[in-house]
Design a binder for this molecule. Sequence first.
Ligand code: HEC
Length: 375
Amino acid sequence: MKTFRAMRSFGLGLVLTLAVSAALDGAEPPQPASDDPAVKAKVEEVRKALRRAMILEMARGSAPGKFAKDPDLLDALEDLRRRHPYESLGQRLAYETERIRQEPKLASAPRLADDTAKQLDELERQQAAQLQRERRVELLRLLHANEVEQFIARSGFGLERVPNPKPRGLDLTPVEPIPLATVSPLTAEDMGVATVLPKTAVAGASRMPSVEQLDALHRGGLMSFLNPNLFGHVKEHGQVAGFEPHQFRAALRPEAYLQEPAKTAGGERWQLKRLELVGLLKHDQPAVYVSEHLPRMDQLAKAKVRSLSAFEEAGLKALRDGEQLKTEATTNVIRMVGALRATKQCLECHVGERGTLLGAFTYEMQRDPPLPLVK
Ligand code: HEC
């Protein structure tokens, strides 16, 4: 900022203007006519400031361009840096280190079932794509980087490499906790009879969702809760700029995953009554954080915990043995437990091997309205 003003008072407005337009074209700014090292140094400083300002502009979610008319952006850039400093997450994850010290095997991965291993690869790809699309983490890196200039020169600002050059801003818009569906509880009888879920979707009025569809629902949930753009930029293990606690920021809609084939589905709808996080390390025993909302870590820190149901115990055991999803169904109720495993992205903060179980989601869904049962 000081430099910006100093340039004006130096009477170098022309150089500045050229530098601005060249920077906007993505070309190298022209060299100053003067050989005076002091002038050269100042021009260099202005260039840096301009390029940072372009990044700031991107951080705000608009294309570079307007910033030249708005010198306050440079102050705003400093402000962004101040608000997203590198912080240590060591304190927040101290429970994990402590628990693994007591029981080292908690940090090792089981032999993964073939499907689980494939899904983990796929998840890593999807998380990388999510980062590319939203670019929050790259912006955080650039915000703090010294090599901003090189990056811009090398890549033409990187705009042409991504289909949508508008990243979301660094500052997330706050969202309210997202409530779960309220449906009247069923009597034990109305729950219906124990049912084996088909592996793939089949048509029919009383059909059950397939394991494949439930699996996709779980993946949708975990991708949402563990959006890597919220992880922030990890400089080194546990040193992070812009970390936001894991959280759902949008509803998870079973109908988006479960209703195919639609025409024959008989209008049945499954409501998500419960989606809770199973924590594995905070307590001596695995525990479920009780919540009437989709999980978000900032809220769960204060939440009550309960012990696992018999089904959840069995589910967790299956996940610990390398499965990805364990389900249990009756005509009108589906319960499931799904794994939250460490992809390589997670290990920038968490301790353990790739594939280690870091947590699980436990779900309960209810058919709405329930199918009347033939008595
Ligand atoms: C940038 C650091 C960072 C990354 C990357 C990260 N986490 Fe976390 N995670 C945390 C922190 C910190 C906590 C503790 C809660 C808090 O302070 O918000 C946590 C908590 C959790 C919990 C809750 C544990 C409990 O028992 O309460 C789970 C589950 C979890 N993370 C899974 C994952 C998975 C899976 C990934 C990768 C897809 C991941 N995390 C990536 C920082 C991170």
